[in-house]
Design a protein around this ligand. Structure first.
Ligand code: GN1
Ligand code: MG
Length: 369
């Protein structure tokens, strides 16, 4: 893919008919897949900021389908819940919400929404609000027919398929890195069966399929600067039919530890039960009335599965020579892998406590108190 330059950025803005003159742009570092820019325009003396995103088409092979999913999900929310905010994409003259630039790169544009930053010091109240936002989002889509959505990444949260792919790459060892990660492979082997239980239940049709977000990192909720309340859920790239445990689990994986997911200091990677409880209050508080007891009872398994799955995905990318996730330094994927492996171990040692918390919150909600 070609280097980014001001001319490309201007061309993209022009294709979406943005008013005024492009003044400056800067990369936004969050996100491991797409390239994101914050772009400032000046129009008759007033300034306006946009987000330009270049989709990684190695990861998202059919980006037009992805944009179609987003258009339909946003349209559904706007029609049925007009009081809700959605992040709308700009359109070209002929009504498309994407363009291909001269080098065939795929771009989309939204407004930049000023928002309160969430970092590792996020408060418990904001964690509960994050849970509320993702749970509420899932409930908004309860009536949306998920079978009409494209699967933007097939088997995205099929932990079984992820483990099988890893096993294949361990055999082939394409980048000659397997020898240094034997301990991780052993760990994954020891927890594989447990981590794949959810995939098995899904494959056997024992859990209802719903519309899920599938990438519920806390930075995918934007918060109002003044009130600290959630404004909107963003990053709908992986919105697909799935299980609510994916959304609960992936969020817990990200928010219930005090360290970033690529922190190399493993002593800092601890499951923080007060954070776990705060998120559970928000998320389960929203979704519990709609879920069966088997679904509620599978939430903790979801957190574990998502964490083991991401351990396997980071490791697999490391073994394949870092083709999927963006890396800032050579061993970045290995550091991420070890971090997530530690978190999975933490979850094993807090399992009963986590289950009790989920059951207590769900019980309280279902009892209507
Ligand atoms: C990727 O790029 P981002 O941050 O939205 C990945 C998620 C991972 C996450 C880990 C399409 O998400 O599945 O959980 O990195 N997205 C895709 O940080 O693979
Ligand atoms: Mg994402």
């Amino acid at each position: 893919m070609g280097e980014l330059n001001a001319q490309t950025v201007r061309e993209v803005g022009k294709a979406f008919c943005l008013a005024g003159e492009m003044k400056e742009y800067a990369p936004v570092k969050t996100g491991n897949i797409n390239t994101t820019l914050r772009v400032k325009y000046q129009d008759c003396g007033s300034e306006k900021e946009y987000i330009f995103q270049r989709i990684n088409t190695f990861v998202f092979k059919k980006p037009e389908e992805l944009m179609d999913n987003i258009r339909r999900v946003n349209g559904y929310i706007e029609k049925n819940f007009p009081q809700e905010k959605v992040l709308r994409f700009y359109e070209t003259k002929d009504g498309r919400n994407f363009i291909y630039d001269k080098e065939n790169a795929f771009w989309r544009v939204t407004d930049y929404l000023p928002h309160k930053k969430t970092d590792e010091n996020i408060s418990l109240e904001m964690i509960t609000n994050t849970g509320y936002a993702f749970g509420h989002f899932q409930m908004l889509l309860a009536g949306f027919d998920g079978s009409t959505l494209y699967e933007t990444i097939p088997d995205f949260h099929n932990t079984r398929a992820r483990m099988d792919k890893l096993a294949q790459d361990v055999k082939e060892d394409p980048a000659g890195r397997v020898e240094q990660v034997r301990d991780i492979i052993d760990f994954l082997g020891s927890v594989e069966e447990k981590a794949c239980e959810l995939s098995v239940k899904q494959a056997e049709g024992r859990l209802p399929i719903r519309v899920t977000h599938n990438d519920t990192k806390s930075n995918n909720v934007l918060f109002d600067i003044g009130t600290g309340k959630p404004l909107v859920v963003i990053d709908l790239d992986t919105i697909m039919p799935g299980l609510p445990m994916f959304d609960f689990g992936d969020a817990i994986r990200f928010i219930a530890i005090t360290a970033a997911e690529d922190d190399p200091v493993l002593d800092k990677v601890r499951l923080d039960m007060s954070r776990f409880k705060a998120f559970t209050e928000g998320f389960i508080g929203q979704v519990a009335p709609a879920l069966s007891s088997e679904e509620i009872d599978s939430m903790v398994l979801g957190a574990f599965s998502m964490t083991v799955e991401l351990t396997a995905r980071f490791l697999d990318d490391y073994l394949c020579g870092d083709k999927y996730f963006k890396i800032d330094y050579p061993d970045h994927n290995l550091v991420r892998t070890r971090n997530q492996m530690k978190l999975a171990q933490e979850m094993l040692s807090h399992w009963d406590e986590m289950e009790k918390t989920v059951r207590d919150v769900a019980g309280r909600i279902k009892a209507g108190s």
